[in-house]
Design a protein around this ligand. Structure first.
Ligand code: ADP
Length: 672
């Protein structure tokens, strides 16, 4: 099927042709046959890189009105926004920022890109543009199964469909075990395919060889006898070295930030040939050892060195922290690490440089697998387990499949290869059964979680969509949960949620069996904090009202917002514990929780640590100083500052409803 045979204006056909899209990939053709250009609901469960974005564009461009593209990550939202904004004559908008607005400026856009949380919050704040939508595309719809954001996605989609009953829904999913359940929920045609533009083979390394799922074996002997080295790391280094020597790029996944950095350091010792260098050598073909070819290779080699040096320089320019310096040092050898502790600028830089083939290897934590587009020739999954509170647990099959799916760059690689590293033959069998031949998990709703029910019940009532328990149940009838559960008797659970919200003074009974949101409940919903956070904020603000005004400082403001479930926890090491304890004691008069009052003392001490970091930040400490003193990454500081800005705004709005004077909230926020 050809693009010029589709119901698209010629300028779009030309635009796609310029991007190399003229003939549809098989899953794209299947989506067209399923009605994606005719307003039909379609669920496409297809592998990474099989051209889902084009399917989205087809739906959005052929829809009879404005479209919304919902995606989980902000970095991804930006990527897609830029792509849609390049479409000729299309006015695209993006909304990922403030949570307490209706994003009214998005009315009138042809295509809006937003995270599901942002769409949810815009609805809570009265956005009317959602009623006019002709098409909604949901990317990564398998995240329905994620705690927290999954329920938000399903309730938001149910609400959108209630408000705009004719809206076309196109949902894009990774290959999961039950895409038919998602299709059934959305009354959609299912397009399911394992087709990929580049062949992928997946294998497991043990005892000096990789056994692949296409029946082949490859000898990759590694000397793992040296007790001073980690055998899995040595195997990983060898697999990476082989891919790069062959002109490819590699992604190596390990379990933690520290491991990612350590592996990057180990790989710089390899003195890998740079990607450009190796590509030069293989471009020159069989005559590679002739004098001309050698010259060409030599020149490219120099370019490669310069390129790596340029990446290192860009990294240094993007922020001088100790982590940044280490990243730059590794990048000079074509190697990078990538994890949530890196600043977002550094993360974006690493991703881009890798896509531009200016880096040979990224050593990453599993988060990269679900993130932006960074395909590689070879993917090595060194660790298949991750530390989870009390011990190691296996990564979900879906996550490992997504890592493996990163292998193979269209037009650049003849094939993609993913290798899981096992310690021995028994490990090989285990990994083979667990990941190579196994299907990804089924997607299951998490809506029944009491915290999720409280959040969405309050939102439905506060926005006026529900004025009774029956109305709430009616709204939930359109969710994935209800469609998946034969007798989705949520009555008892929703009743419990309503009773607890009334106890918390966020909802009130109206006497005639109805319910309404209190002024506090309405504000909690608008500010987009969870009811649990709302309750914590209100309790702390009531304490503030009893404190002497001179004791209510910016530290108080930060403690108020940090001791809530919506702030991210900050790890408190044993060595720091005593110091933070001393800090809390010496500032006891400024804190809303007394030293003996905290229900969860450890958790509270952690929030005091976060509050202290944020106080030093607004007092002018540099990223570098804070990273150094508190052993957090620049990315950790960024995420806490961002949340603090949101939560201080929420606390300020709630203080106003309560009639509590707390100028420190606004002053701290202004300085962030
Ligand atoms: P994903 O399915 O992971 O979202 P993308 O939509 O990003 O994949 O597509 C991956 C790459 O394939 C992009 O570079 C895109 O331009 C290219 N592509 C998509 N469809 C086609 C096509 N029909 N012909 C050629 N290239 C295509």
């Amino acid at each position: 099927m050809r693009v010029d045979a589709l119901p698209l204006a010629s300028e779009f056909v030309e635009h796609f042709a310029a991007e190399g899209i003229e003939e549809l990939y098989p899953p794209q053709a299947a989506a067209v046959e399923a009605g994606v250009c005719e307003g039909g609901n379609v669920v496409a469960a297809v592998p990474t890189a099989s051209g889902k974005t084009f399917v989205a564009e087809l739906a959005l461009l052929t829809a009879d009105g404005p479209g919304l593209y919902v995606c989980p990550l902000r970095a991804l939202a930006r990527e897609k926004f830029e792509e849609f904004d390049r479409l000729p004559g299309v006015d695209a908008g993006i909304s990922t920022g403030d949570f307490d607005s209706a994003a009214a400026d998005l009315a009138g856009k042809d295509i809006v890109v937003a995270t599901s949380e942002k769409v949810d919050s815009a609805i809570r704040n009265g956005a009317e543009w959602v009623d006019d939508l002709a098409c909604v595309v949901v990317d990564e719809v398998h995240l329905l199964g994620a705690a927290g954001r999954g329920p938000t996605l399903e309730v938001t989609l149910a609400t959108l469909r209630r408000r705009a009953p004719d809206v076309q829904i196109v949902a894009l999913s990774a290959t999961v075990d039950n895409p038919e359940d998602i299709a059934e929920w959305l009354d959609a045609e299912l397009v399911e395919s394992t087709w990929r533009p580049v062949d992928l083979r997946v294998g497991v390394h043990a005892d000096g060889s990789v056994r692949f799922d296409d029946g082949t074996d490859a000898a990759v002997p590694v000397d793992t006898a040296d007790p001073a080295t980690n055998p899995d790391t040595e195997v990983t280094a060898e697999l990476v070295r082989g891919a790069v020597a062959d002109g490819g790029q590699a992604l190596a996944f390990v379990r933690s930030r520290r491991e990612a950095e350590a592996l990057a350091e180990r790989l710089t010792d390899e003195r890998l040939p740079s990607v450009v260098d190796a590509a030069g050598a293989s471009d020159s073909g069989d005559g590679a050892d002739g004098p001309d070819a050698a010259d060409a290779t030599h020149e490219r080699g120099e370019d490669a060195g310069m390129d790596a040096a340029a990446v290192a320089e860009e990294i240094r320019e993007a922020g001088g922290t100790e982590t940044g310096d280490r990243l730059a040092e590794a990048a000079a050898w074509g190697v990078a690490f990538h994890h949530a502790g890196l600043s977002s600028d550094h993360r974006a830089l690493v991703e881009r440089a890798f896509r531009e083939r200016r880096l040979s290897v990224i050593c990453a934590t599993p988060t990269l697998a679900a993130g932006v587009n960074v395909p590689a020739r070879r993917v090595v999954v060194r660790d298949q387990q991750r530390y989870a509170g009390s011990g190691y647990e296996w990564l979900p099959v879906l996550e490992v499949h997504q890592m493996c799916g990163r292998a193979g760059r269209p037009h650049l690689d003849p094939y993609g290869e993913a290798v899981l590293v096992a310690g021995d033959e028994a490990g090989r069998t285990e990994l083979w059964d667990r990941y190579v031949t196994a299907d990804a998990e089924a997607v299951e709703s998490k809506l029944r979680d009491p915290a999720a029910l409280r959040t969405h019940t309050l939102a439905l009532v506060a926005t006026g969509f529900a004025a009774s328990q029956a109305d709430v149940l009616d709204a939930f009838a359109g969710t994935f949960y209800a469609s998946r559960t034969p007798n989705p008797d949520l009555g008892g659970d929703v009743g419990d949620a309503i009773a607890s919200l009334i106890d918390d003074d966020l909802l009130a009974a109206t006497g005639d069996g109805g319910i309404e949101a209190t002024a506090l409940g309405e504000q909690v919903s608008r500010q987009y904090v969870t009811p649990d956070t709302g309750v914590e904020l209100l309790a702390a603000l009531r304490t503030v009202a009893t404190m002497a005004p001179e004791h209510v400082t910016e530290l108080t403001a930060f403690e108020v917002i940090c001791d809530t479930p919506d702030m991210v926890d900050t790890y408190l090491g044993n060595a720091e514990r005593a110091e933070i304890y001393q800090f809390a004691r010496s500032h006891a008069a400024e804190l809303t929780t007394g030293m003996t009052e905290a229900d969860d003392f450890e958790g509270w001490l952690e929030s005091v640590k976060t509050a202290r970091i944020l106080t030093e930040w607004v007092d002018g400490a540099s990223v570098e100083e804070l990273v150094e003193s508190y052993r957090i990454g620049p990315g950790d500081l960024e995420s806490r500052i961002e949340r603090a800005e949101w939560l201080l705004g929420a606390a300020d709005a709630l203080a106003e409803v309560l009639g509590v004077e707390m100028p420190a909230l606004a002053s701290a926020r202004a300085k962030l």
